[in-house]
Design a protein around this ligand. Structure first.
Ligand code: PMV
Length: 335
């Protein structure tokens, strides 16, 4: 029996300011539209992997408990892919620690698959540059391709499907200059979501009459967002992010049957954000596949925004994030 030494990678979640919602190829996880995100400095995922010739399947723990069900299947399918690329056969012991609630629309799959892609690639001896790693992370969870990079990242939808599409679709870092952005996260419910983003996307594309118009308007949102970032216009960044997110949720509400991630508590946070704007604070909301709301504002306003969100009766916790680092290996591991 041979157990190789451990490889540990750490990655952070990212929040999209122009969202990814909908795949043109489900197997290769190729999106319909480009998306743009910021990687955060909170809620890291740390993943350690070890090749072990004694195993006849990958063994996975998440927060020290054995992974089961759909999550375990997804991780094993992903590791089969990495093994296929490397030509190696040994299975892995995988131990993951998430500091973010899993499956609550707080991007745990982005940090999770970014860390796993990096650790597994090294453990299997794949020599991937950041673009290659981003492509690989994408196969675990689409949004994970953006967490390979720190700060702002643009995920190119690319063209084509299958192998051809695979090569064309990856994230790139974007220079956001001195944009002084904070993201204040209002956790209103940390329970796992009732419908996965994967299933919700599929239903939206297949049944929502609002999907095509949103995807179309998303191209303009992306162009406007890039211009706003370049000129350092934080209010415009917030406005575009908010309209893009609300549009994405509208596509889901129009699906048949409707997908609704936002709860009454989420709407109260949106009301609070509107109220802050009326008092002259540039605060803007974005929401993903869950009821929790992330509020964009300038760094100097983050404390006032956090206080306002904390004063709402159904806010469970409030945490302020800043742009954070890309995925990296922890020192002392075997390469
Ligand atoms: O990568 P997934 O399947 O977790 O997709 C999540 C997509 C959103 O978070 C809702 C939007 C985005 O671009 O991150």
């Amino acid at each position: 029996m041979t157990v190789d030494s451990a490889v540990t990678a750490i990655a952070h979640p990212n929040i999209a300011l122009v969202k990814y919602w909908g795949k043109r190829d489900e197997e290769y996880i190729l999106p319909h539209t480009d998306s743009l995100s910021v990687t955060l400095d909170i809620y890291p995922t740390t993943t350690t992997v070890r090749r072990d010739t004694a195993l006849d399947r990958d063994q996975v723990t998440v927060n020290r408990a054995p992974a089961t069900g759909e999550m375990l299947t997804r991780i094993r399918t992903f590791l089969d892919l990495v093994r296929g690329m490397s030509g190696r056969a040994e299975y892995l012991r995988v131990d993951t620690t998430n500091t973010v609630p899993t499956g609550a629309g707080l991007a745990s799959s982005a940090s999770g698959f970014a860390a796993l892609a990096m650790a597994a690639a090294v453990a299997y001896g794949l020599d991937l540059n950041p673009t290659g790693l981003s492509r690989l992370a994408r196969r675990g969870s689409g949004s994970a391709c953006r967490s390979i990079f720190g700060g702002f990242a643009l995920w190119h939808a690319g063209t084509g499907i299958g192998e051809e599409g695979d090569l064309s679709s990856y994230a790139d870092p974007i220079d956001a200059g001195a944009l002084d952005l904070a993201l204040v996260v209002a956790v209103v419910d940390a329970a796992p979501k009732e419908i996965s983003s994967r299933a919700a996307m599929r239903r939206t594309i297949e049944t929502s009459p609002l999907y095509a118009p949103w995807a179309e308007s998303s191209h303009q949102d992306l162009a406007d967002m890039r211009a706003a970032i370049t000129r350092g216009d934080l209010d415009a960044v917030g406005e575009i992010a908010e309209r893009n997110a609300l549009g994405m949720h509208a596509t889901m509400l129009a699906a048949r049957p409707a997908v609704r991630y936002l709860s009454p508590a989420s709407l109260r946070v949106l009301d609070c954000v509107g109220q802050l704007r009326r008092t002259g604070i540039g605060a803007f909301a974005t929401m993903d596949a869950g009821p929790n709301v992330k509020v964009l504002c300038r760094g100097g306003h983050a404390e006032r925004v956090a206080d306002a969100l904390r004063s709402l009766s159904d806010t469970r916790s409030v945490i302020t994030a800043r742009p954070g680092p890309g995925a990296r290996l922890l020192d002392g591991d075997s390469r």
